[in-house]
Write a protein that binds this ligand. Sequence first.
Ligand code: A2P
Length: 275
Amino acid sequence: MTDLADDLILEGAPAGFGLPAGCHALTVTEVQHYTDRLFRFRVTRPASFRFRSGEFVMIGLPNAERPVMRAYSIASPAWDETLEFYSIKVAEGPLTEHLQKIRVGDTVLMRKKATGTLVLDALKPGKRLWMLSTGTGIAPFASLIRDPDTYERFEQVILCHGCREVAELAYGQEIVEATKNDPLVGEYAADRLHLYNATTREAYPVQGRITDLITSGAASKALNLPMISPADDRVMICGSMAMLNDCRDICLNSGLEEGANNRPAEFVVEKAFVD
Ligand code: A2P
C-alpha cells in the first residue's frame, strides 16, 4: 500500500509512534479557546481528503501505539483549504483531556474516511432548512451554513443553537457573522441565514431549551415563520442523546419522516460525539 496519498501523509508523521493504518497525520494551524469547556482548532487538509459538508471523521492524537479516536464533525465547509473542529474539554475525557492542550504545529491524527447523515443529500427538497443544535452539536452546521449548496437547495436556513451559558454561544455567532461577510456565500446568507440562540442557565434575551421554544411556538414567532410542517420544512438535528430524542419526537409529531443517505426524507439526526 504505497499509493501517492500514503506517501504524502507520512510527511507530518508523529515521532515515537508509527502512524496508525488508515490515518492522516495533520498539523495544527490555529487554536482558539472560547470558555473553559469549549475550543476550536484548524488543521492542514490532505490533498486527497474528500468529504461532504456536515460529515464527521475520527480524530485522535499520536500519543500511543493504539491512540484513542473519537468522532468529530468537520466544522469547515467541503470547499475549505483547511479543516476546522469544534470541541468540548472534559477533564477526564480519554481524548479531550489531551486534545485541549494542542498548540499550533502539533500533530493530530485523522482517519481517512468521512461519513454521516447530516448531509443535504439525505433530505428531500424543501423551502426551509432548520438546524437544531445544542452545545458542540453546532459543528456540522458551521460547515453546512458555509456551503453554497445549502442555499441552492433552501430559501431559508435557520440555525438554532441552545447552550447553558451566554459565552458558549460565541462560536456560532462568530461563524454566522463571518458567513454573512464571506465572498463565496455571503450574498445568499446575508438575508437567508437566521440564527436563533437561547440559554438555559444564564440570563439572555431568549431563555429555555430549544425544544420547548420550538414546541411552544416561541421560536417560529420570533423568526416570523410558520410552525415546522412536512410540506415546507426540513430539519437536521445534532446534540446530546436526550436532545436528539426530544427533537426527533417534535419532528415526528409535526408529521416529518426520518431520512438517511440512501433514503432522503424530511429530517435527519446525528449524535454530537463528545468526551
Ligand atoms: P439544560 O441546562 O436545561 O440542561 P450540555 O452542555 O449539557 O450538552 O447542554 C447544552 C444545552 O442543551 C443546555 O442548554 C441544556 O439545557 C440543553 N439540553 C439538554 N438536554 C436537552 C434536551 N433533552 N432537549 C433540549 N435541550 C437540552
